[in-house]
Ligand binder design. Structure first.
Ligand SMILES: *[C@@H]1O[C@H](CO)[C@@H](O)[C@H](O)[C@H]1NC(C)=O
Ligand SMILES: *[C@@H]1O[C@H](CO)[C@@H](O)[C@H](O)[C@H]1NC(C)=O
Ligand SMILES: *[C@@H]1O[C@H](CO)[C@@H](O)[C@H](O)[C@H]1NC(C)=O
Ligand SMILES: *[C@@H]1O[C@H](CO)[C@@H](O)[C@H](O)[C@H]1NC(C)=O
Ligand SMILES: *[C@@H]1O[C@H](CO)[C@@H](O)[C@H](O)[C@H]1NC(C)=O
Ligand SMILES: *[C@@H]1O[C@H](CO)[C@@H](O)[C@H](O)[C@H]1NC(C)=O
Ligand SMILES: *[C@@H]1O[C@H](CO)[C@@H](O)[C@H](O)[C@H]1NC(C)=O
Ligand SMILES: *[C@@H]1O[C@H](CO)[C@@H](O)[C@H](O)[C@H]1NC(C)=O
Ligand SMILES: *[C@@H]1O[C@H](CO)[C@@H](O)[C@H](O)[C@H]1NC(C)=O
Ligand SMILES: *[C@@H]1O[C@H](CO)[C@@H](O)[C@H](O)[C@H]1NC(C)=O
Length: 367
């Protein structure tokens, strides 16, 4: 009895010292600290908790090993921030409610992980060493680019494990079920575009990696590996630009991929046309810099959607002539935020600076 108490006492002291040591060396491998604290059952604390990912994928995926993945940080998950809006769109969309159960939030910091759990979602904490991902990542900052590349590695891992997924940025409203609109003819990759030229297999369509579906197979695994390998730490290109370059250089042919470029009428964004409540499936706040601006403009679109649904009594079908009275709101906040920093390495130059966006640039091509 006596000796075991002594043992216990010294054990506590030892543990406390250890904890103090870790806490006092703040910043020094904070990621190790968080990995210890969030997985206390692991007997080998240094090992990457692979089973956590396995469990997360199994929990979120549908029977056909398909799920929805988004990557978030603290700033995205704040109350009243993009996460709320994003989840609301699932709630208000047509046949999108059940998709919430198949959504996996990949969180890059402890705060967003906690907030994810509070929402009762499927959550997975992505460990990344040495980078603080918790702040708002202004478009094209160094941390923003790092965050993007770490997710490419992660997504390749998901494919390796045999899961198909829709990757979605969190600044995308889901107003209809995308799986209904996606093609099911053995495509490897179906990806949204900043602008769409009417040709679903034309490589010239400028891609947007904020929304895409990818099927798990050897070719797509090779694509993601190639994608990551093509990154260049010095030239500051973001992952989307690098993939766009690979596509222009013929990677689709080299890897024998079946790729479909998605029509912006259905998978739209602020960069492009396709502003029709009768047809929109997803709407991405691209061509927009700050979270606040995105929230404001997406909120306006969601409010319009609520009106639209009220009018059409929630039974709008895409084939109905969508002459709804509900007009698509102008993305005022984003137009302003974009103009603050005109410097962009993005490949498109057309819409981002146009002042009155009521005019559509591309002829509406309805397939
Ligand atoms: C700990 O952090 C230091 C500096 O941040 C870094 O150089 C070192 O590689 C890290 N060690 C591990 C095991 O992550
Ligand atoms: C470590 O954990 C694994 C699984 O959690 C278990 O199978 C193994 O026996 C444990 N090893 C030790 C030394 O406790
Ligand atoms: C998986 O199943 C869901 C639900 O039935 C369906 O909507 C989706 O299209 C399927 N995914 C694939 C890749 O077939
Ligand atoms: C994918 O690669 C694995 C391992 O190289 C191989 O066993 C499998 O047959 C390949 N599958 C396809 C569809 O090529
Ligand atoms: C990386 O980018 C830098 C700066 O643009 C360029 O000089 C270099 O050649 C690039 N390297 C590769 C491998 O593309
Ligand atoms: C919606 O349609 C249903 C059936 O057509 C009808 O009973 C209901 O009153 C309608 N609701 C509104 C708000 O129009
Ligand atoms: C709308 O559709 C209805 C029936 O499908 C048709 O009679 C009507 O002419 C259409 N209106 C327009 C403006 O296309
Ligand atoms: C963009 O920024 C770079 C460096 O930040 C600068 O050299 C370049 O001139 C800028 N380009 C434009 C069009 O402002
Ligand atoms: C739209 O653009 C035209 C021409 O550039 C301009 O005269 C007009 O004031 C603009 N309207 C708005 C609402 O910005
Ligand atoms: C776009 O619309 C204009 C005017 O409606 C038309 O002249 C032009 O041919 C169209 N272009 C395409 C690619 O459809």
């Amino acid at each position: 009895m006596e000796t075991s108490k002594v043992h216990l006492g010294s054990w506590i002291v030892l543990v406390s010292l250890l904890v103090l040591e870790l806490l006092s060396s703040r910043g020094w491998n904070r990621s190790i600290w968080t990995s210890i604290s969030s997985f206390p059952q692991q007997n080998e604390t240094s090992s990457i908790p692979k089973d956590e990912l396995k469990a997360a994928l199994e929990g979120a995926s549908m029977e056909n090993k398909t799920l929805i993945i988004t990557v978030v940080n603290k700033a995205y998950t704040k109350e009243g921030s993009l996460l709320d809006l994003f989840l609301q769109s699932f709630q208000l969309g047509e046949e999108t409610q059940f998709l919430r159960n198949h959504l996996l939030l990949v969180t890059v910091d402890q705060t967003s992980f906690d907030r994810c759990n509070l929402q009762g979602l499927h959550c997975y904490k992505l460990m990344t060493d040495g980078v603080d991902f918790s702040g708002e990542k202004i478009y094209m900052s160094n941390d923003f680019i790092k965050m993007m590349w770490s997710r490419t590695v992660f997504l390749a891992d998901v494919l390796r494990r045999g899961y198909n997924f829709i990757f979605t940025d969190m600044d995308v409203l889901w107003l209809r079920n995308p799986f209904e609109r996606l093609s099911h003819e053995g495509e490897d990759l179906q990806i949204s575009c900043d602008d769409y030229n009417g040709q679903p297999s034309d490589w010239a369509n400028p891609i947007n990696t904020g929304f895409y579906f990818v099927a798990s197979n050897n070719k797509t695994i090779a694509l993601f590996d190639t994608w990551y390998a093509a990154r260049n730490d010095t030239d500051g290109l973001k992952d989307q630009d690098v993939l766009g370059r690979l596509i222009r250089e013929g990677v689709i042919e080299q890897l024998d991929l079946r790729v479909r470029f998605l029509d912006t009428v259905y998978f739209g964004g602020f960069c492009s046309s396709g502003r029709d409540y009768g047809k929109v499936v997803t709407m991405h706040a691209n061509c927009c810099r700050t979270i606040q601006a995105k929230i404001r403009d997406l909120r306006a679109i969601l409010n319009g959607w609520i009106k639209f649904k009220g009018q059409s009594n929630g039974t709008s079908t895409e084939e109905s002539n969508s002459t709804s009275n509900v007009r698509w709101p102008i993305q005022k906040a984003c137009m302003r935020s974009w103009r603050i920093q005109p410097n962009s390495t993005s490949t498109l130059n057309q819409t981002s600076t146009s002042s009155n966006q009521t005019v559509t640039h591309v002829n509406q091509t309805i397939v």
